[in-house]
Write a protein that binds this ligand. Structure first.
Ligand SMILES: Nc1nc2c(ncn2[C@@H]2O[C@H](COP(=O)(O)OP(=O)(O)OP(=O)(O)O)[C@@H](O)[C@H]2O)c(=O)[nH]1
Ligand SMILES: [Mg+2]
Ligand SMILES: [Zn+2]
Length: 287
């Protein structure tokens, strides 16, 4: 039998089979030794009478480490317009990591009810749209009507720092969820991170992973070339620089810098590329 892991709590695996039924499984020893099963994995499982055991993990299409989810179609990068403050730098860092993992990014800006019409956040949203990114908006009383269409038929991970409203967004899409949000955990005197484990929820005809917010991002596995390839805005200009090994920093004849000058590539994205480049290079210098 075949199904998809939708929740893992210690060594209890909840699998959704192809008819949508939920099956509680354990992982057989050989699977645990092979590679730890992740949420999103397609698995083969067998009934052993008193328990159902996962015997094999099917090859993964892709896999994210933070959040730990496999076979992801797209990532919804969630950032609040305010509280916590909007940060292009943080959006772009997540964006580059998502694209580097071969996953399609969609941006979701929450808490739009907290900003005035003259807030700079509107300009930043416009900049992302101009660059060709899909952006959906949400607020206390509003939810972008395009969001359901974006999620349909796909496996989507929500990614973003703690408190931006990831769980609230899912509750808004399906009020039956009643996922715990920070309002409740603050009242209970719990810590900053409210969502503690990764889980796939069936919503709007797709699967969406609610995930805990992160406190750091890891660029240690990337090279400068891979970083440049992870900036979607650069794609039309890559390979056009004078030097083949151009890292688009200080080199003459750089097609990327020219495109920024010509306003073909967002200045914000380029600045954030340079910011991430120092993270990538900082690691190099340590060796
Ligand atoms: N004003 C306003 N507040 C919101 C909105 N969405 C979420 N919030 C509030 O923001 C706080 C954090 O929301 P959560 O949904 O818990 O955030 P999260 O991203 O799931 O956080 P973690 O689980 O810790 O990663 C809560 O107090 C929500 O009520 C919104 O659109 N407008
Ligand atoms: Mg949450
Ligand atoms: Zn260049």
């Amino acid at each position: 039998m075949i199904g998809r892991i939708i929740r893992i709590i210690s060594n209890q695996y909840l699998v959704a089979d192809e008819e949508g039924r939920r099956v509680a499984c354990v992982a057989m020893g050989k699977v645990r030794r092979q590679d730890k099963p992740r949420v999103g994995d397609w698995v083969e499982y067998t009934d052993f009478g008193d328990q159902t055991g996962i015997e094999r993990i099917r090859p993964r299409m892709n896999s994210l480490i933070r959040p730990p989810v496999a076979n992801v179609d797209q990532a919804l990068i969630v950032m609040s317009a305010k509280d916590p403050d909007f940060s292009c730098t943080l959006v772009d860092r997540i964006l580059f990591l998502i694209v580097n993992a071969s996953i399609k990014p969609v941006l979701c800006i929450t808490k739009m009810d907290l900003v005035q019409p003259d807030d700079p956040v509107h300009g930043w949203i416009e900049d992302y749209r101009q660059s060709g990114y899909e952006v959906v908006l949400s607020g206390r009383e509003e939810l972008d009507e395009n969001l359901a269409g974006v999620l349909r038929g796909k496996v989507t991970v929500l990614t973003g720092q703690s408190g931006v409203g990831k769980s609230s967004l899912l509750n808004k899409l399906n009020p039956e969820f009643q996922l715990q949000t920070q309002e409740i955990s603050k009242a209970l005197g719990r810590g900053k991170h409210t969502t503690r484990h990764v889980e796939l929820h069936e919503v709007a005809g797709g699967w969406v992973a609610d995930t805990p917010g992160f406190s750091s991002l890891d660029f240690s596995r990337m090279t400068p070339t891979e970083l440049a390839q992870s900036v979607p805005d650069f794609a039309p200009y890559l390979g056009r620089c004078r030097f083949r090994d151009c890292i688009h920093q200080n080199e003459p004849g750089c097609a990327i810098k020219q495109a920024v000058e010509d306003r073909q590539v967002s200045r914000i994205r380029y600045a954030d590329y340079l910011d991430c480049l120092t993270l990538v290079q900082g690691r190099k210098e340590k060796y």
